[in-house]
Design a protein around this ligand. Structure first.
Ligand code: GLV
Length: 328
């Protein structure tokens, strides 16, 4: 009787739901059980003996790691974004890269909207005010914010999440402008959004919401010049990647009063250092990269990542593969 050798798979963190149990039935599984990610050295060590990796956006997979991992066949990222992975280097080594698009679209759009509302209507400040025992009477001037209803929303990147945010914005009676590589007639017909160029978007948006992946083209898409071109007092909401915004220029614009406020689920770097000036600014709303963090969605993401990995290890093209040419 021949004994089948199961492929070795390293998973860089415990994942919610049933997915890892399912993976464990098919592969020789090692799961990193710590709260913090494995160190770079540890990840390289584990990758060296692995055929599959299940990674998170905190794990860098680059040419150096790949050089040490000749047996690697698949890297499955539990995220829609994959800027932590050098996809070109993976493709050269015929390593399939998977991601989890779709699974988190609505959940992430919900959170982007939570940040839009929370920032515009100062929800976190209000909570802190009450808890601090400062609430002495109803006041006509207490914690005045900005109306979301009727405001112009500028959406940067009208992919799945950007479009889902636009749908929510329509329900709030917002005027919706967007930029993307090409116009999206179906989205325009559905929510009345208008495709505009970058200059128009910056000049007209009361609230600018970012929904682009981090690439060399989008790095610091919001920089000093863009912040100067934005409508005075506008609000910036980032649920995409921290690197899409130049952090120094952002602090300057917030301190100078040019920008009315910023809500950031993502920062450069992550985690945000405790001595970051952003921590001390009252018109900044912060979250620890949790836009997709609902029980159901995180379970779905884990399950998709496992499906992607198993397919690749069986020599099939994963359902969600960012470098399908590996299977050509
Ligand atoms: C989260 O940021 C993701 O890319 O899924």
């Amino acid at each position: 009787m021949t004994r089948t050798v199961r492929p070795r798979v390293f998973v860089t963190r415990q994942l919610p739901g049933e997915a890892l149990g399912r993976l464990g039935e098919r592969v020789d599984l090692r799961v990193w059980e710590e709260e913090l990610p494995p160190s770079r050295d540890r990840l390289m060590e584990e990758a060296a003996g692995a055929e599959g990796l299940v990674t998170l956006l905190t794990d860098r997979v680059d040419a150096r790691l790949l050089a040490l991992a000749p047996g690697l066949r698949a890297v499955s990222n539990v995220a829609v974004g994959y800027d932590n992975i050098d996809v070109a280097a993976c493709t050269r080594q015929r390593v399939a890269v998977g991601n989890t698009p779709g699974a988190l679209t609505e959940t992430s759009a919900d959170f982007a909207f939570a940040l839009i509302l929370g920032l515009a209507r100062r929800v976190a400040e209000a909570d802190a005010y009450v808890r601090a025992g400062k609430w002495r009477t109803w006041s006509p001037t207490l914690l005045l914010g900005t109306d979301v209803y009727g405001a112009t929303l500028g959406i940067v990147g009208a992919g799945g999440i950007g479009a889902a945010v636009a749908r929510r914005a329509r329900g709030f009676g917002m005027r919706i402008l967007y930029t993307s590589r090409e116009p999206k007639p179906a989205l325009e017909a559905e929510v009345g959004a208008r495709w505009v160029d970058k200059a128009t978007l910056l000049a007209q948006a009361d609230i600018l919401s970012l929904h682009v992946p981090l690439t060399p083209q989008t790095r610091h898409w919001v920089g000093r010049e863009e912040l100067r071109e934005m409508k005075p007092g506008a609000l910036l909401v980032n649920t995409s990647r921290g690197g899409v915004v130049d952090p120094e220029a952002l602090v300057e614009a917030l301190r100078g009063g040019r920008l009315g406020g910023a809500a950031l689920d993502v920062t450069e770097p992550e985690p945000l250092p405790v001595d970051s000036p952003l921590m001390t600014l009252p018109n900044v709303l912060l979250a620890p990269h949790i836009a997709s963090a609902s029980h159901a969605t995180r379970g779905r993401m884990a399950s998709m990542a496992v499906d992607n990995l198993l397919a690749a290890l069986e020599g099939r093209r994963p359902p969600h593969c960012v470098n399908p040419e590996v299977f050509a």
